[in-house]
Design a protein around this ligand. Structure first.
Ligand code: ZN
Length: 320
């Protein structure tokens, strides 16, 4: 718990349900390295962090499901070992005594095309898209967004969505290297090849799911590999059209929390409409002996995250 007061307020009240969380495992059987900004990355150790996460989740004994926020295998994984490495990581997730809901991240897509990746992750899919929703209890709905719906990675090169993404980057990013934010200012810095957007059809789907949840008086948790709020994330990690997605979310009162990965240092914010945004710390950046995973207790008026080691605890109270 983050505070003594938090502890006190929890006494005597049982959560409606609880679930496990982990993000950015980015495993590969390669020597340790560093990010573009020089942050150490422990590619081999990250699967050990996942193994400990699954052990702890099972030990907890009362987690209804687990959520993986994406990027399970690193882009530096040798391509001839992509399938084996993804399968190895998926196999570790499957040791959890419950369902795991996966998201795809850019690093997953560097390794495998959607048609191979989605079945391995058991992601329900229409036309290769990876967005879906589920209701763990009648009071709650979880909405998983596909942040790489419009993207220059993951779809075949001649796919209309690849073409749409390349044209978008051409318009928005003047650099030859479309993964470089040089010259872009503020939140424009998100217009990079390693990010993506939620497409038109998915936005309509999101709208209809939130309308349905509102009618059913359900509270909604939105999950997306890419963060949706500049207050919780560095600019270079944001979804291209986070503003459009939040425009749909803010039409309704049902969404209480948005969960994300991708921005490895983690973060938390509350936006202008009182929606919490929580970005999880990456398992990849845990030096041996440290961890980044956790579980969330869900109540009717808040979510409480209990993080291991490098993952910070976070109490997310709803304002209405
Ligand atoms: Zn990512």
């Amino acid at each position: 718990m983050g505070s003594v007061n938090g502890l006190t307020s929890l006494q005597g009240k049982k959560p409606l349900f609880s679930f496990g969380v982990i993000s950015d495992v980015q495993h590969a059987d390669i020597p340790d390295g560093r990010s573009f900004l020089g942050v150490p990355r422990y590619y081999r150790n990250s699967i050990t962090v996942l193994q400990r996460a699954v052990m702890q989740w099972n030990h907890h004994g009362n987690l209804k499901f687990a959520v993986n926020l994406g990027d399970i295998v690193d882009g530096f994984c040798p391509k001839d070992r992509s399938l084996d490495t993804v399968s190895r990581v998926v196999n570790e997730f499957e040791k959890f005594n419950g369902p795991v809901y996966h998201m795809i991240g850019n690093h997953c897509l560097y390794n495998l095309p959607r048609r191979k990746l989605l079945p391995l992750l058991r992601i329900p899919s229409i036309d290769g898209c990876a967005y879906y929703d589920f209701s763990p209890t009648s009071e709650y709905r979880f909405v998983v967004l596909d942040g790489y719906d419009i993207s220059a990675i993951g779809w075949p090169q001649d796919h209309p969505k690849t073409q749409q993404a390349l044209k978008f980057l051409q318009d928005k990013n003047p650099n030859l290297d479309k993964n470089s934010p040089v010259g872009l200012v503020g939140i424009e810095r998100r217009f990079l090849m390693f990010n993506g957007a939620v497409g038109e059809e998915q936005l309509h789907w999101l709208d209809s799911v939130l309308r349905d949840a509102t009618n059913l008086k359900q509270k909604v948790v939105v999950c997306c590999h890419l963060p949706l709020d500049p207050g919780a994330s560095t600019e270079v990690a944001l979804l291209w059209n986070f503003d459009e997605v939040m425009g749909v979310i803010h039409k309704y009162d049902c969404v209480k929390v948005c969960l994300a990965g991708h921005d490895h240092k983690g973060g938390h914010s509350i936006d202008s409409h009182g929606v919490h945004h929580k970005v999880f710390e990456a398992a990849l950046e845990c030096p041996p002996g440290t961890d980044a995973y956790g579980y969330v207790d869900v109540y009717d008026d808040r979510l409480s995250l209990f993080g291991a080691s490098k993952m910070e605890n976070c109490d997310m109270h709803f304002n209405h």
